[in-house]
Design a protein around this ligand. Structure first.
Ligand code: FAQ
Length: 329
């Protein structure tokens, strides 16, 4: 699999077990003291590989995540909505680029990462394998998907790897604007005609459960969590973040006059949190396996974009070669 294959040549298990215990100890102490680890610092091979896995998956998610919203650019209901949506989608491209750059500092090339995505060896967030059927879905994505992304990414501003943490600072500011633009679309639809409000409810019905799945499997079934939390790559567990998201989002749904599609969603006074119903983990794992409703279309669109963009990359390479030749002449 991608996550174990990237970096295999310099990261075999035999090599990892030969790492100098003094270096490992000094590294662990720096992480425990909340120091940032920087690209040229010594780091355990498994730490490097975990970061490449998570950061590249995150980058792919941002780029594939442009597709569901791009679907509505030509049909936005007004020029203002179109301009805002266009800006948001461009922000997502920027997030992908910061993240690919952060992963490159760990010694993996952009070409390797893109190849892993296009050959199905790399993961990207399950959420982007669901279709955007109506304009209300654009509101629901901003409100719920960007809302869930912020919940996950705010703690990543303090992740232990410096370039990833710094990328997250700007990403979070932009995601916060994205969340508001989505919520504002939902507010407009909920204050509109009964048909518009019904569209908003339908979008919430379809996006609610997939949004909860974005946080990943439950803590007792999350193979990477323990080590990633020890290395302070992850600062909060999947379930902790999911709970925070539910607690914040339920009152927002009430304000809109919409109903979250979960009959078990209830305030629990003793816990000080909302209880919520069981997530369909079978659906989650099926989507992770590439069986999501529009998974094939998403990958086809990405591969075609890459192939059709070959001339741009070739032109950039030729330009760079020309500049270099001129400089050395
Ligand atoms: N989808 O052991 P864990 C966005 C995989 S950005 C697919 O818990 P971990 C912005 C996981 O990779 C959204 N796969 O893993 C936007 C692992 O498999 P592996 C993306 C998932 O890494 C908005 C396996 O399951 N955000 O939305 C998912 O400790 C609107 C076991 O899981 C990030 O990537 C999933 N949902 O925790 C753009 C944030 N969940 O790799 C456009 C950074 C889990 O071992 C429009 N990432 N898996 O083969 C993270 O925080 C973590 O990687 C988690 C997963 C929390 C996603």
């Amino acid at each position: 699999m991608y996550t174990t294959e990237l970096g295999k040549t310099d990261g075999s298990l035999a090599q990892i077990s030969q790492e100098d215990p003094a270096l490992v100890e000094a590294f662990e102490a720096r992480v425990a003291a909340d120091e940032f680890i920087e690209p040229k610092d010594w780091m355990p091979e498994a730490y490097r590989r975990t970061l490449v896995r998570q950061i590249s998956q995150h980058a792919h998610s941002e780029i594939v995540g442009m597709l569901p919203e791009g679907n509505w650019l030509t049909r936005a209901p007004s020029l203002r909505r179109k301009a805002v949506l266009l800006a948001k989608i461009q922000d997502e491209a920027g997030h992908g680029l910061y993240l690919y750059c952060a992963a490159e500092t760990l010694g993996v090339s952009r070409a390797e990462m893109i190849d892993a995505l296009h050959t199905g060896r790399a993961k990207y967030s399950t959420i982007f394998n669901y279709p955007t059927l109506t304009w209300a879905d654009i509101g629901a994505i901003g409100w719920l998907v960007d809302g869930a992304a912020i919940m996950n990414q705010v703690p990543l501003q303090r992740t232990s790897y410096g370039p990833y943490a710094r990328a997250m600072v700007r990403v979070c500011k932009e995601e916060s604007f994205h969340q508001r633009q989505g919520y504002e679309i939902m507010m407009a639809m909920c204050a509109g005609t009964p048909d518009q409000k019904a569209m908003a409810q339908d979008a919430l019905d379809r996006w609610w459960w997939p949004s909860l799945m974005m946080f990943g499997p439950p803590d007792d079934n999350s193979p990477n969590s323990a080590q990633s939390m020890r290395w302070r790559i992850k600062r909060d567990s999947n379930d902790e973040l999911r709970q925070k998201f539910v607690d914040i989002t339920k009152p927002q749904a009430d304000h809109l006059g919409l109903e979250i599609p979960d009959k078990d969603l209830k305030w629990n006074e003793a816990r000080g949190h909302y209880d919520f119903g069981a997530i369909d983990w079978e659906e989650f794992y099926a989507v992770v396996r590439g069986e999501g409703p529009v998974a094939k279309e998403r990958m086809k669109a990405r591969r075609e974009a890459w192939e059709q963009g070959a001339w741009v990359r070739d032109a950039a390479d030729a330009h760079e070669a020309k500049q270099r030749a001129r400089a050395s002449a």
